[in-house]
Design a protein. Structure first.
Length: 126
């Protein structure tokens, strides 16, 4: 191979590598569950969990059913921080937390001070 054709081959290989890398790095943000789906999704994902984890998940469900989204949000935050969740449990907890975050934002926009304070506390903890 001549120097110019080797250089051209290297350029083409580099372009292909960049194109491949750009396509592989696509990241799609997780989507929240519909709020009405959260209790059933959490119950289903955590039905076979260890007693401690199952108890935490049950607290989340109880808080949601009691319409205490602030408490549910922070319980989900604690749940997602555990190291002993299965990938499915982590995914459900994360998507549920996004759902509760949306609910808190809507409540804060409507003037709910408790929701606004919860969101502020969450932001400042990051």
């Amino acid at each position: 191979m001549t120097g110019s054709s080797l250089f051209r081959t290297q350029i083409i290989a580099a372009c292909w590598a960049l194109a491949l890398a750009a396509g592989c790095n696509r990241y799609e943000a997780p989507k929240p569950l519909a709020a009405e789906q959260v209790p059933a999704a959490v119950e289903n994902a955590f039905k076979d969990a260890t007693p401690e984890v199952k108890s935490s998940a049950a607290e989340v469900v109880n808080s949601i059913q009691s319409k205490d989204e602030v408490k549910a949000f922070f319980e989900l935050q604690n749940l997602t921080s555990r190291n002993d969740l299965t990938p499915e449990q982590r995914e459900v907890a994360s998507h549920s937390m996004l759902s509760m975050n949306e609910r808190l934002r809507a409540a804060a926009a409507q003037g709910d001070q408790r929701a606004a304070q919860a969101l502020q506390a969450f932001r400042s903890s990051k």
